[in-house]
Design a protein around this ligand. Structure first.
Ligand SMILES: [Zn+2]
Ligand SMILES: [Zn+2]
Length: 243
């Protein structure tokens, strides 16, 4: 009863709010679209990642035939089963991700999460559980929010999926993977993550802002797989090219 009253009030506030505070494009300040603080022109200009490795979504040279796998997946496929990353980590997506992460501009998290949700709505896949890549406790205290969770919130709201920020923890902070060589990367992420409770879900989606080397989400996938996950997807806003 209380739940439905809260729902009704929420819808009312949403409807009235949309008239009082119309959506404005966060990039060019023109009028936004329905339910999105981004105008149609700026959305059209976003750099799409649509020529990709079918397993890890790494951007591939356009001359390669599709579908195909990247060299890394051919040699040693990742533990996760699929990766969705609709955008390239390039302007202005890179600025939006950095604005969210380093300046705490949560509006960018909402926009990027909503864009990712629109893309995911076209896929016929419904994970039992959505897990944002966790931050180590110290980093979380410094930042005050987890950017992956900020992206996961609008996705779970739009697609009616279950979100858990507590089933997986990061036991220690890892260095920026991009600054390390392959050997250092493996050492860097090993045993960084752990489950806090037995996994009830079999189909899981991990949410991250940007996938670069894939080693963080792969390390998480190992933990989830050992915990009984049967199908693991990675959902990221953007995929950067490996160096
Ligand atoms: Zn715009
Ligand atoms: Zn690949």
């Amino acid at each position: 009863m209380l739940g439905s009253a809260v729902d009704i009030i929420g819808k009312l506030v949403g409807t009235v709010g949309a008239h009082l505070w119309p959506h404005q494009c966060a990039l060019c300040l023109q009028a936004g679209q329905k339910d999105l603080d981004l105008c149609a022109g700026c959305e059209r200009d976003l750099p799409l990642n649509n020529h990709v490795c079918e397993h890890c979504a790494e951007p591939l040279p356009s001359e390669l035939p599709q579908p195909t796998l990247c060299g890394t997946c051919l040699k040693q496929p990742p533990v996760f089963d699929a990766c969705v990353a609709p955008f390239l980590y390039a302007f202005p997506v890179d600025r939006m991700v950095q604005g969210l992460k380093y300046r705490g501009d949560l509006a960018y998290g909402r926009i990027l999460g909503e864009l990712l949700a629109r893309h995911l709505a076209l896929r016929h896949t419904r994970p039992d559980l959505v897990i944002p890549v966790p931050l180590a406790p110290m980093r979380y205290r410094e930042r005050g929010f987890n950017q992956a969770r900020e992206l996961a919130l609008p996705i779970c709201r739009a697609l009616k999926l279950t979100l858990s920020s507590s089933v997986l923890i990061r036991q220690r902070e890892t260095l920026e993977q991009a600054t390390l060589d392959r050997k250092e990367r493996l050492k860097n992420t090993q045993r960084a993550f752990a489950l806090t409770a037995p996994l009830a879900a079999r189909h899981i989606a991990i949410i991250d802002d940007v996938v670069t080397t894939g080693s963080t989400v792969n390390e998480i996938s190992k933990v989830l797989r050992a915990g009984g996950a049967e199908w693991i997807e990675v959902w990221a806003v953007a995929r950067a090219q490996r160096k």
